[in-house]
Design a protein around this ligand. Structure first.
Ligand SMILES: [Zn+2]
Length: 266
């Protein structure tokens, strides 16, 4: 057994020895044969980038911090507003006016001080977006606009980083996973047209808080699966959730011939 802080200085290539407190802390998921000690070690060594800490991002971040992800980077330019509190559950009433990334960092740090947290208080674009994506192992797209989604998708394919996309509006949710290193993986742009620029936001259309929570939780599940290798990731499929009828639908998504983002892979 090593001391409590030893894992902070290890790199991805080294397995992290779990101390007694960590064995207890993460016991419920270590008991799962698909995760076990080796899976927990991978979680502790992982770096996840969460772009957007709104409804989806705050929920995913809470579960990922609780699961013992070693390093997380949170990116968002916004401040906490009263209208956010209906669904963005890393924030509380007293945090209104604070930068979202700082407020979220505070909540996550209280939940699990072991997670190393970095914050980017700006809208990630261009070189900064590429840099942040290149440094992470897995990217969670928790944004609410198409321009960001296309830019994130493009950079993830450039740097071959797995991308877990979530979206929620009104009573509906959507989840997709793209793995650029996998030859048969489609990308976000294969089935969304960047020219349509359809920008539907929750503030303009409304959304039920728990619907966002369901999709954010599922983004956390897919990230944990990708890191530990447990089960089958949702790659090549899109999951559609309709809360009003409580129906789930799975849509097969194949790479679009000639897609300018994922069609160039060798
Ligand atoms: Zn594509």
């Amino acid at each position: 057994m090593t001391d409590k802080t030893s894992h902070r200085h290890t790199t991805h290539s080294q397995a992290i020895d779990l101390n007694d407190e960590q064995l207890l802390h993460y016991n419920a998921q270590i008991m799962l044969p698909e995760i076990d000690i080796s899976g927990q070690q991978k979680l502790l060594a992982a770096h996840i980038l969460i772009i957007g800490v709104g409804g989806l991002g705050t929920v995913a971040a809470l579960y990922l911090a609780a699961a013992g992800i070693g390093q997380m980077t949170l990116a968002d330019p916004d401040r906490v507003e009263l209208t956010n509190l209906q669904r963005q559950i890393s924030y509380n009433y007293a945090m209104q006016g604070e930068a979202k990334v700082k407020a979220c960092q505070k909540t996550l740090n209280a939940l699990n001080p072991e997670v190393s947290l970095a914050t980017i208080e700006r809208s990630l674009q261009g070189e900064r977006l590429e840099q942040a994506i290149a440094q992470a192992d897995i990217i969670l797209d928790c944004t609410d606009n198409l321009n960001s989604r296309f830019a994130i998708n493009k950079a993830c394919f450039k740097y071959r980083k797995p991308l877990v996309c979530g979206a929620a509006i009104r009573w509906e949710g959507q989840l997709s996973v793209f793995v650029p290193a996998q030859k048969d993986s489609p990308c976000y742009q294969c089935f969304h047209n960047p020219d349509s620029r359809l920008n539907q936001t929750c503030s303009a259309n409304g959304v039920l808080g728990p619907v966002v929570g369901v999709i954010g939780s599922m983004q956390a599940i897919e990230a944990i699966k990708l890191i530990t290798g447990a089960g089958e990731p949702l790659t090549g499929q899109t999951l559609l959730f309709d809360a009003l009828s409580m129906q789930w639908q799975t849509m097969q998504v194949t790479p679009r011939t000639g897609c300018e983002i994922c069609g160039q892979r060798v």
